[in-house]
Design a protein around this ligand. Structure first.
Ligand code: MLT
Length: 300
């Protein structure tokens, strides 16, 4: 069995179309699109951008396991990456931005939404409020529950420190917690190596505007509990979590699995909070199997 391979930075150079899609209020989202077929919308975590999905681009490029069957659509949420600010002030409103993006791209057919962590919170809102736009849901390294009072206080503290010191503080607080670190961690066995991956994550976080980080922290702290709403979802759903995720540990996804009727759960060994980035080969195989088993893409 081959080991996991981290996406080399050259994945960012794979053939893609970059759109600037209007979402209202004069703002445009930067959106990377690759391939053709069933649209899969990839929503990034906090405070990152669409480049965290670089390990998924090969799915849709020539020779990829879903080539010719999927159209990968990966936006930077408002205020993040190359997208215009200001950042959107609630998770529910971020979901409306994604609907505006779909409309702006002319995507009227049902899509699969795949969100990691904060992107997973946005994906849950899309599934609950816009079920008619979705063919399937993939929740990765995320949770259904709202913040505890302690988590809200920690976000307020980080927001204050980012305002006082700068985005470097956010990178220092987050990067050491994102990747699995135990023996045999996927990131250490990958092509790029831990130092390069951590450096890319650090640079992405440091490049985020202070106002974006602060607005998103408030949105994360204020997000509602989605357990009751998720219990009435009727969508093919895949749940994925890194076995060593310390931010949204496997118990969170086990509880989500018990809540979302008919969902499937995969716990990926040797990964932390960034499973698709830490072990793209394992994640891509899970995603492809889900799409095929739930008849969302045609079998090969
Ligand atoms: C993320 O990765 O998006 C964040 O860790 C989400 C969170 O802090 O709840």
């Amino acid at each position: 069995m081959s080991g996991p391979s981290l996406p080399p930075p050259s994945n960012l150079a794979l053939p893609a179309t970059i759109h600037r899609v209007p979402i209202g209020n004069g703002r445009r989202l930067t959106v990377r699109e690759i391939g053709s077929g069933l649209p899969i919308v990839f929503l990034h975590g906090f405070p990152l951008d669409h480049s965290m999905w670089a390990g998924q681009w090969p799915l849709a490029t020539a020779g990829g396991i879903l080539a010719g069957r999927v159209r990968l659509v990966a936006p930077d949420l408002a205020g993040f990456g190359g997208s215009d600010g200001p950042a959107t002030g609630s998770i529910a409103a971020m979901a409306e931005d994604v609907v505006a993006m779909l409309d702006g791209l002319g995507i009227q057919e049902r899509v699969v939404v795949c969100g990691l962590s904060m992107g997973g919170y946005v994906a849950q809102h899309l599934a609950v409020s816009h079920a008619d736009r979705l063919a399937g849901l993939v929740l990765v390294d995320t949770k259904l529950e709202a913040d505890t009072p302690e988590a809200r206080a920690a976000r307020a503290d980080l927001s204050e420190r980012v305002g006082r010191v700068g985005t470097r503080i956010a990178a220092e607080a987050m990067v050491p917690r994102l990747l699995a670190s135990g023996p045999g961690a996927a990131v250490d066995r990958g092509l790029a190596g831990r130092i390069a991956v951590e450096e890319r994550l650090r640079r992405t976080i440091e490049a985020s505007p202070v106002a974006t980080i602060q607005t998103a922290l408030a949105a994360l702290a204020d997000r509602p509990d989605m357990v009751a709403a998720a219990a009435s979802l009727d969508l093919p759903t895949l749940l994925v979590v890194g076995a060593d995720d310390t931010i949204t540990p496997p118990e969170c996804l086990v509880r989500a699995g018990a809540t979302i009727v008919g969902s499937s759960l995969a716990v990926v060994p040797r990964c932390g909070h960034m499973t698709p980035l830490e072990d793209p080969a394992a994640f891509n195989a899970l995603l492809a199997a889900f799409l095929q088993e739930r008849s969302l893409t045609a079998a090969r």
